[in-house]
Design a protein around this ligand. Structure first.
Ligand code: ADP
Length: 259
């Protein structure tokens, strides 16, 4: 495992909540828009609890077979290969199912018995049940989609998790994150945060996702590397947010005024 802890700035009581969920092996759901530090938090907590983390980025083709395992042909033989979930269950790792709602429904079915007192995984292709190692923990993330177009997570599934909400941090915290993460001057980090705050308040633009901390970190990284400030904001913040030329122009004008 990497010696140095990943940089993570605690925003609320999430570190404490994770530690208690980990101690009691309760599954944890991280809710919140993209780029709000969920993945970084999991890496940080894995380091803190000295546990390996296995991350699966779920997408619409992710099936239970991808997670549990499959037979593969090796030479003249067929051999069984554990999937990442089975490996984590056996080894006592943290499995992080990023964007779990994107996965196929059979993934949700497969994790059911791991999310309650049974803490076991049924490997249907082998016809066996694997009991989870004492250090195994299930963590998932989910974008609640306060706007249309996001997949939902069924209430019966949600109720199997302890849930933590992630959102954009308060301006001072976000400024610290952008500056610590990239080494950029605090004054420039603050301007970037001001831009993001402004864009986040422009609900009338109807953006599917708004300016996240990740976008600010990207802009700061480009500025730190020597790209002009305005151009950095344009390519790292404005362009990723919209393809509508009028919105892009409006946001560009706004950013030029602010940096
Ligand atoms: P998510 O998983 O929610 O989509 P990430 O964890 O990938 O978001 O965060 C995106 C980037 O934002 C990180 O790589 C990091 O640079 C930065 N970031 C966001 N929140 C924090 C935080 N609280 N502490 C440190 N870095 C953060």
């Amino acid at each position: 495992m990497n010696e140095k802890a990943p940089y993570y700035e605690a925003v609320h009581k999430e570190v404490e909540v994770f530690e208690h969920a980990y101690k009691n092996k309760l599954p944890l759901l991280l809710k919140g828009p993209t780029g709000t530090g969920k993945s970084r938090f999991v890496s940080y907590m894995a380091h803190r609890t000295k546990t390996e983390v296995i991350t699966i980025s779920c997408h619409e083709e992710t099936s239970s077979t991808d997670l549990i395992g499959r037979y593969i042909i090796k030479g003249a033989e067929t051999v069984w290969l554990d999937g990442p979930l089975t490996a984590a269950v056996k080894r006592g790792a943290i499995i992080y199912l990023d964007e779990i709602a994107e996965a196929r429904p059979d993934v949700i079915v497969a994790i059911h018995s791991l999310t309650d007192h049974r803490r076991e995984l049924f490997v249907d292709k082998l016809g066996i049940t694997v009991r989870a190692h004492k250090d195994f923990m299930l963590v998932a993330s989910f974008n609640p989609g306060y706007q249309k177009g996001f997949k939902e997570l069924k209430p019966s599934t949600r109720q199997r998790f302890v849930a933590l909400s992630f959102d954009y941090p308060a301006p001072d915290t976000e400024t610290a994150i952008v500056s610590n993460e990239t080494g950029i001057d605090k004054a420039i980090a603050k301007k970037l945060v001001n831009i993001a705050t402004k864009i986040r308040n422009l609900t009338e633009l109807g953006l599917t996702e708004t300016a996240s901390t990740r976008l600010l970190v990207d802009a700061a990284t480009l500025i730190k590397s020597g790209l002009p400030k305005r151009l950095s904001v344009e390519v790292a913040v404005v362009e990723p947010l919209s393809d509508d030329p009028e919105i892009v122009q409006a946001l560009t004008d706004l950013c030029h005024l602010m940096i």
